[in-house]
Structure formats: structure tokens, C-alpha cells
Design a protein around this ligand. Structure first.
Ligand code: SF4
Ligand code: SF4
Length: 344
């Protein structure tokens, strides 16, 4: 992504034509285009000479510091410079964890294993790919701010302005932060790659699972023990389901720090036999039902149709919704009746 010129004192004009970064983001998400070239591996680097080898603590502190201090963690007009995200959660999963083969069955054979994406990066740099047990995945959750959640909880048909800005600016920020980390590690001689900014990243409609991408931050976050799935398919974490997610693959052995529940729905009231379905009541197109859970196609149609609304009212090129992730018991944390089962 290029550097975005943020709306400061007034709204952008004709965002359908002028919000170039928004358009690039949308095409990138669907077609894997317009991403900057991957940083090159510094094959001369001696890892130890560049300081201690980054460990779990280094990744946690680096990601937290970046979210806290990054100049791009700021909204546009009329909320100029309000933070987009609160303090993140970070988790790790081993590159050879059997869950990645299971994801090929659950999501589809197109979903990359960490080794497959790392092999692509190794080939780009003319080096031998590391073994699967020599790589790890770093996953992080960026919780939305109280203001954004409040505004979206008050919306009933279309995403709030803060939500729409978060959807676009938060994605650009996430890609920027990961790119900075990947560049730093590659400069130290450590192979690293962010799958969602490679040319292989493109969303498609698959017969079994509907719209899906070849690298699901959500499933990776579950694998790293950061949360479990709700009825609306959002990941319910200890900071709730109103967030954005990021992840990347690195040629280092990092130990998981969170225990992954076996039950992929451990933090959803409905799936745990308790009365809820508040997310279903929040959906303006009835895409969530007790019988069929989340209808991804109906959801997709609604989300895609918001592009016009967001351009007309918020003057940014983005689509979104997230009504079912706000104003619900799992919005900002694991619903209290289920907290006992929270395991770290
Ligand atoms: S609102 Fe209730 S039913 Fe829906 S995902 Fe959250 S906990 Fe589950
Ligand atoms: S994100 Fe999808 S499922 Fe959720 S409220 Fe919007 S249309 Fe409904």
C-alpha cells in the first residue's frame, strides 16, 4: 500500500474516483494486486550480530508498541487522529501444527500452510526453504475503540462512519505494521512473509465454503489460541469480536502462549446452549439463523452493497457492516457465563 493522504479538515470529494488507496485496498483484497514488492532477504546478515534473536516477548512488545505509537493509527475527518485500535492481543502457533492440514480440509485445499507460503518466499530469495518445524506464525488481534463500537451498536442498516474508516484505515495500518516487521526481520537475515500481501492472495467463491481467501487470519488466530468462532463467524476473543486481525509467518521457533480450546465455538452463548442469538437480531438481512448459522452469501451481498453508502456518506472507498459484532454480548469480551471456560 502507498502512503494514504488522510482527510484532515474536510471530506474528500468524489471518493469513487479520488480515493485511490481505498480502491487499491479493495482490489488487493479480492485480486492480490497493488501490493509493494516483498522486502529482500539480507543473506549476508549474521543474526546474532544484529542483536538477540527475536523471541515471543519481542514480537508481543513490538506489535503493542507499533499500535500504540504508529502515526497511521489515526482516523480521518471528522475524527481526525482519533486512534483506530486499542492495545492488541498476540499469539503464536507452530508452523508444523497439524491444524494447518485440517484447514485444508475445512476451508479448502487452496488454503496455504505456513510452509507453503514460506517456501514461496524462500524461492523468491534463492534460498532453501526451512523445515516446517523451523517456522512459526504470529497472529494478533487489534480491538476497535469504544467510540467505534458504540457508534456501530447504534446503527441499524449500514456501518457507522467510524466502523467504515476502521475497515479501510485499519487494514492499511495492519499491512503497514506487518510490512515494517517483515522488513526488519528480512534485514536481519530471518525469512519472514505476510501471506495476505502476496500476489497469491485472492478471494474466490468456493462451492463448499462460499467466499474465502487462501490465508484466513481468523482461522490462524483460532489456531494461536486467541479466540473461538461465534454464530456470525467473527472470532470471539478476550477483548471481544469487534476487531481486525493480522498474521505473518517467520523462520523462528516460537512457543504458543495460549491454550487453544478444542471446541471452536467455546465462547459463543448460543453454541454453548444458552439463550442469545443477539447477533441474528442485529443483522438487517437475516443472514444469521439458529438453523443455518451464518449465510455467507447473503452477508456478502449486504456488505458489498454498502460500498455506495460509504462513498456517498463517508467519502471513502470501502464496504463493511459488522452490525452483528456490536451491541451483542460478545462485542467486547467473552460473555460472562462462559468466562470460566476461558483458558490461556
Ligand atoms: S451474539 Fe450471542 S449467539 Fe451471537 S456470536 Fe455472540 S454470543 Fe454467540
Ligand atoms: S456482517 Fe453480515 S451477518 Fe453481520 S450484520 Fe452485517 S450482513 Fe448480517
Amino acid at each position: 500500500m502507498g502512503k494514504r493522504k488522510r482527510m484532515n479538515g474536510r471530506y474528500r470529494r468524489f471518493s469513487f474516483l479520488s480515493d485511490i488507496e481505498g480502491m487499491k485496498n479493495a482490489i488487493g483484497e479480492m485480486r492480490g494486486k497493488f501490493f509493494p514488492n516483498q522486502p529482500a532477504l539480507n543473506q549476508e546478515a549474521k543474526i546474532m550480530a544484529a542483536g538477540p534473536v527475536p523471541d515471543e516477548e519481542w514480537f508481543m512488545q513490538t506489535i503493542k508498541n507499533k499500535i500504540a505509537t504508529h502515526p497511521d493509527n489515526g482516523m480521518e475527518y471528522p475524527f481526525f487522529d482519533e486512534p483506530i485500535f486499542d492495545e492488541p492481543l498476540v499469539g503464536f502457533v507452530a508452523g508444523d501444527d497439524p491444524i494447518f492440514n485440517q484447514l485444508k480440509e475445512i476451508i479448502g485445499p487452496h488454503h496455504f500452510t505456513p510452509w507453503e507460503i514460506m517456501a514461496w518466499q524462500a524461492k523468491n530469495n534463492g534460498v532453501t526453504p526451512p523445515k516446517p518445524d523451523e517456522i512459526s506464525v504470529v497472529s494478533f488481534v487489534m480491538p476497535l475503540t469504544r467510540n467505534t463500537k458504540r457508534d456501530n451498536a447504534a446503527a441499524g442498516e449500514w456501518p457507522s462512519e467510524r466502523w467504515a474508516q476502521t475497515r479501510l484505515l485499519g487494514e492499511i495500518l495492519s499491512q503497514t505494521i506487518v510490512r515494517e516487521i517483515v522488513t526488519d526481520l528480512m534485514e536481519r537475515g530471518i525469512l519472514c512473509v505476510s501471506p495476505d500481501v502476496t500476489p497469491m492472495f485472492n478471494k474466490k467463491r468456493y462451492p463448499e465454503v462460499g467466499w474465502a481467501s487462501p490465508w484466513s487470519h481468523r482461522h490462524v488466530a483460532y489456531a494461536a489460541g486467541l479466540g473461538t468462532f461465534g454464530m456470525q463467524d467473527f472470532l470471539i476473543t478476550e477483548k471481544g469480536c469487534a476487531h481486525r486481525l493480522g498474521s505473518f509467518v517467520v523462520n523462528l521457533k516460537l512457543s504458543p502462549i495460549r491454550k487453544r480450546p478444542d471446541d471452536i465455538h467455546a465462547y459463543c452463548l448460543h453454541y454453548q446452549g444458552q439463550k442469545c442469538l443477539k447477533c441474528a437480531k442485529r443483522c438487517p438481512v437475516n443472514a444469521i439463523t439458529a438453523e443455518n448459522a451464518h449465510d455467507k452469501e447473503a452477508c456478502y451481498q449486504k456488505v458489498a452493497s454498502s460500498l455506495k453508502y460509504c462513498n456517498k456518506h463517508y467519502h471513502i472507498f470501502i464496504y463493511g457492516c459488522g452490525l452483528c459484532a456490536t451491541g451483542v454480548p460478545c462485542e467486547s469480551g467473552i460473555p460472562s457465563p462462559l468466562k470460566r471456560s476461558e483458558q490461556k
